[in-house]
Design a protein around this ligand. Structure first.
Ligand code: IPE
Ligand code: IPE
Ligand code: MG
Length: 240
């Protein structure tokens, strides 16, 4: 049986969900917040220790300013209304990605939620916010290059471990399973380092329609996968 400790989700399809109903796109983002609650509940039920949700990409700034503004307002509303429930359920919330471009009010709610939920041990809910893997790699490379230039490290000391420690997405186990909703089959600059050996699952449903049973189906599908990590199945079985 494959171990499942970390699930990551590319929550996609909010805009299409709203458009299909003749509603403005932001209505889809609003409905998406309930799907976040359902996914979190399912993750707890499956006793997964890490759930990472792609909430806003570094490329999403290219959207109309009004949509971006509403997205952040909804995020703030989610953080403010959810923090107490997260504490009660033992869920720790944290975010990774750039913080310097977040609206001040969102940053304030985020810091409050992170602080209040810090002790949660049942599930670590991680939000990728203003996150893009390419930018994260560049930042990591710059920080290592600066240290090498100052003689703090030698270029040859740079290895996978050291590089990984500089990534803003933090040192947590890599996602075993990445789910993307809405039928799109791409990573869109999400966790490109950590996804090296993740199993990918594409769910046709639009994110606001995502149900707990869709999460269950993804987990069932994952359980049947053969993970080899470049080795042979026999060697993996003997090692495990
Ligand atoms: C995902 O839904 C939410 C974010 C990217 C913030 P979209 O807004 O991308 O919805 P579609 O893909 O346009 O339907
Ligand atoms: C990826 O979805 C980002 C999030 C889910 C936050 P997008 O809708 O932005 O991705 P593309 O543009 O279709 O690749
Ligand atoms: Mg999309």
């Amino acid at each position: 049986m494959n171990q499942l400790t970390h699930v990551a989700i590319i929550m996609d399809g909010n805009g299409r969900w709203a458009t299909e109903r003749g509603m403005p796109r932001w209505k889809g983002h609003e409905a998406g917040a309930d799907a976040v609650r359902r996914a979190t509940k399912a993750a707890c039920r499956h006793e997964i220790s890490h759930l990472t949700l792609f909430a806003f990409s570094s490329e999403n700034w290219r959207r109309p300013a009004k949509e971006v503004h509403i997205l952040f307002s909804l995020l703030r509303r989610y953080l403010e209304s959810e923090t107490a429930a997260l504490v009660e359920k033992g869920i720790r919330l944290s975010a990774f990605g750039r913080r310097d471009r977040l609206p001040a009010a969102v940053l304030q709610s985020l810091l409050f939620a992170e602080e209040r939920t810090r002790g949660g041990e049942r599930l670590h809910l991680r939000l990728a916010l203003d996150y893009g893997a390419r930018h994260e790699f560049i930042e990591a490379a710059r920080s290592l290059a600066r240290e090498a230039a100052r003689g703090i490290i030698l270029p040859d000391q740079i290895d996978e471990d050291l590089f990984e420690k500089r990534l803003s997405s933090g040192v947590v186990p890599p996602p075993d399973l990445i789910i993307r909703t809405s039928g799109e089959r791409r990573l869109s600059n999400f966790l490109l380092w950590q996804a090296a050996y993740s199993e990918l699952y594409f769910c046709p449903r639009l994110w606001p329609d995502f149900e707990e049973r869709d999460f269950d189906k993804a987990v069932e599908d994952y359980a049947l996968r053969q993970r080899r990590f470049g080795s042979t199945r026999r060697a993996v079985c003997l090692a495990g």
